[in-house]
Ligand binder design. Structure first.
Ligand code: MN
Ligand code: MN
Length: 476
């Protein structure tokens, strides 16, 4: 009996011809492992501090300023590169290359928004029977409603007052703070209203209200004592009135820090990794590529989770302004046709997370083309639903070019698609950039439990993703 099942000839052929899926961990040196740990700790901190689109922009801006980037709204000439912030929720950066901007940029885009609960404009009310002051919520993005019940939630808010003042709120993150929560029905009584229904219908969005107060204000004969109790706290703590809430953006996110996961601590667990994990990786890659051959543009969009509509979404024209500012900062006249040509000749990478194969639901994935945790960032040639509807697809030539750049940068990567053709589907911002005629491909780390309050990624994948994005930014 031969020791190996394959004969040496076949082994040679397999070595030469077949794809060899590899764990990133198998290719890491002890120094690589230490670097991956340091990066992961920094990422945990970034995720913990950056739980809203505004907070993401704030964190990124701080890191860019520390890295020598100038605010292009204040300084038009910026040697080391600069950034533009739009409406405090959208951030674009430019870094000069050895070549000028006329021949195009290497463009990396990600999104800073994540699924969550928002408060409605008129949100404070009471249920005097149950004896509670409550807050009405509005869903934001594709979340599975049951995952947001009966768990500690923190309130991250931004309020704009009539006199021009603004108020920032973070409530429920400090372990000494109380938290908010949406209660769920006990299993003893849920048979008709929840358990016998389809999962998607069992939880009704309008019943996802937050418990905000239980101590009534005033005397037993007074009216609206619990609603007033909530309003009084909002006023005492942050100076707000009920009308001020109408000009506020109040977001409920899972309370508490991002954590290491697994007995071996090899995974990163935390809210908002779609797509702040890619934001963090892209930023780390930009900061580690100080002098690329082609100039860099990077954009962190908002509103991806609800279709990229609006002034801060990828459907806006922000990229044109950013490219024009890059021309100006390089000392060039930003003529419309030249800026458009530069965008058309740009090379794009849409940095967004990919669904990792779920060990308990393998049936929704197509096993040959699904992403695995620990095998590196995913190159996703196309997204969309069945029949490639709504898909942005990278051309063969472009995929080949990115593969070559990854090889050169020592990147271990995997080819992946979202799931089986008829299970559902999803898209990214890639198509909005492809509208300029540029080449773009989706590439990001695999994530388990995507869109849940506790998403899971791999430290090794994060480390390799930064390497992949760096190889892309340095691509000719
Ligand atoms: Mn995403
Ligand atoms: Mn998403």
């Amino acid at each position: 009996m031969a020791k190996n099942k394959k004969s040496p000839g076949v082994r040679d052929q397999a070595e030469k011809l077949a794809l060899k899926p590899r764990f990133v961990g198998d290719a890491m040196s002890p120094a690589d492992r230490r670097a991956a740990e340091t990066l992961a700790r920094d990422c945990l901190d970034f995720l913990t501090r950056s739980k809203t689109e505004r907070a993401v922009v704030r964190s990124v801006r701080q890191r860019l300023t520390a890295g020598g980037f100038a605010d292009l709204d204040r300084e038009t000439r910026a040697k080391a590169g600069g950034f533009l912030v739009h409406h405090q929720k959208l951030l674009g950066l430019w870094r000069p290359g050895q070549a000028g901007p006329e021949t195009g940029f290497n463009l990396i885009v990600a999104h800073g928004d994540s699924p969550r609960l928002d408060l409605k404009p008129k949100c404070v009310y009471e249920e005097s029977g149950p004896g509670l002051g409550l807050l009405r919520t509005n869903l934001y993005g594709g979340l599975k409603k049951h995952q947001w019940l009966a768990r500690p939630l923190a309130l991250w808010g931004f309020c704009a007052l009539k006199d021009g003042r603004t108020v920032d709120i973070v409530f429920g993150e400090d372990p000494r703070d109380p938290v908010l929560t949406v209660p769920d029905l006990l299993p003893h009584l849920d048979r008709k209203v929840q358990r016998e229904k389809k999962m998607g219908e069992a939880i009704v969005a309008e019943k996802m209200n937050l418990v905000a107060a239980a101590l009534p204000l005033g005397e037993p004969e007074d009216k609206d004592r619990l609603k007033l109790a909530v309003l009084k706290i909002l006023h005492d703590r942050w100076g707000l009135t009920e009308e001020d809430l109408i000009s506020s953006e109040l977001e409920l996110v899972p309370a508490g820090p991002a954590r290491e996961v697994g007995l071996d601590g090899a995974l990163i667990g935390g809210y908002g990794q779609d797509d702040r994990l890619s934001v963090f990786a892209a930023l780390s890659a930009v900061l580690a590529s100080p002098r690329p051959r082609r100039p860099t543009l990077a954009v962190i969009y908002d509103r991806e989770e609800i279709g990229s509509y609006g002034a801060t979404g990828a459907g806006s024209r922000f990229i044109e302004d950013l490219a024009a500012r890059a021309f100006e900062a390089s000392g060039l006249e930003p003529r419309w046709a030249k800026v458009r040509a530069a965008l058309r000749h740009s090379q794009g990478l849409s940095a967004d997370v990919e669904a990792a194969m779920d060990p308990d639901y393998k049936e929704v994935h197509e096993e040959y083309n699904s992403a695995r945790l620990g095998r590196g960032p995913c190159l996703v040639r196309y997204t969309g639903g069945a029949g490639k509807y709504g898909a942005s697809e990278a051309s063969a030539e472009y995929v080949a070019k990115v593969r070559a750049a990854f090889d050169q940068g020592g990147v271990l990567w995997q080819s992946a698609l979202l799931g089986k053709q008829e299970e559902g589907g999803g898209g990214t911002v890639a198509l909005h950039l492809a509208a300029y005629g540029l080449n773009i491909i989706d590439c990001g780390p695999p994530v388990l439990s995507m869109h849940s309050p506790f998403e899971i990624s791999s430290k090794a994948d994060l480390w390799m993703t930064v390497r992949a994005y760096k190889a892309f930014l340095e691509m000719d």
